[in-house]
Design a protein around this ligand. Structure first.
Ligand code: HPA
Length: 234
């Protein structure tokens, strides 16, 4: 048991998928896993462990934003034995070439700050994805015929952003999309020698002011779960 996860180490698999939304964790576990067991419901942040093609997997909600994700990633790794952590979530596109429903694999994530920033002092640490996971996720997306992009993203601290000038600079520098968790996931994973990746689906478009209807979100989310599982066990 940890402060925020009511599970023992044997309840948690070495591979953990982390959606922001705990209900998405439940849906993904019920849809894709076999022999599913609820392993956490502290604060309603649902976590499930089951098997996918014979491989043990935990799907644990992370909540929204880096401070929340940081709590779950730290406890999963430090106390519960997680070794491979894959965020599955949504993002807002920041490039014209990216479309709604496209999948983005975050090679790296720029930030203003992460919960880990205090460790680094003057250093601008560059959080980066595990290359093996990234390569396997790319191959999986290509095989499905999914439109996929790999590149830099922005992990923001605020959803209701007041810095259009900063977004313009990121678009100019090729940042593909914005979300709110990946940079801290990559940083915590790096600290403990774990593998991490963020597989994201484009739910809205900042330049075109478009958003995916909620009915379409479920199918995009399902595709992402499959890509994450295939990458984890490639
Ligand atoms: N901003 C931050 N996080 C997001 C967005 C966004 O526009 N869309 C999906 N996650």
């Amino acid at each position: 048991m940890t402060i925020h996860i009511g599970a023992e180490p044997q309840d948690i698999a070495e591979t953990v998928l982390m959606p922001g939304d705990p209900y998405r964790a439940r849906w993904a576990a019920e849809t894709f896993l076999e022999d599913v067991k609820l392993v956490n419901e502290v604060r309603g942040m649902l976590g499930y462990t089951g098997t996918w093609k014979g491989n043990r997997v935990t799907i644990q909600g992370s909540g929204m934003g880096m401070p929340s994700l940081s709590i779950y990633a730290n406890e999963l790794i430090r106390d519960l034995g997680a070794k491979t952590l894959i965020r599955i979530g949504s993002c807002g596109a920041m490039q014209e070439a990216v479309q709604l429903r496209d999948v983005i694999l975050a090679m790296t994530a720029s930030t203003i700050s992460t919960p880990s920033k205090g460790f680094f002092k003057e250093l601008n640490f560059a959080p980066c994805a595990d290359y093996g996971l990234l390569q396997a996720a790319w191959a999986s997306a290509q095989a499905k015929g999914t439109r996929v992009h790999a590149g830099g993203i922005y992990s923001a601290d605020v959803f209701y952003d007041e810095r259009p000038d900063l977004n313009e600079q990121m678009t100019r520098h090729g940042i593909l999309a914005v979300e709110m968790e990946a940079a801290e996931l990559y940083t915590v994973a790096a600290r403990y020698g774990c593998r991490a990746l963020a597989v994201l689906t484009v739910s809205d478009h900042l330049l075109r002011h478009e958003a995916l209807p909620s009915a379409d979100r479920q199918s995009s989310f399902g595709e992402m779960v499959e890509i994450a599982l295939e990458a984890a066990f490639a």
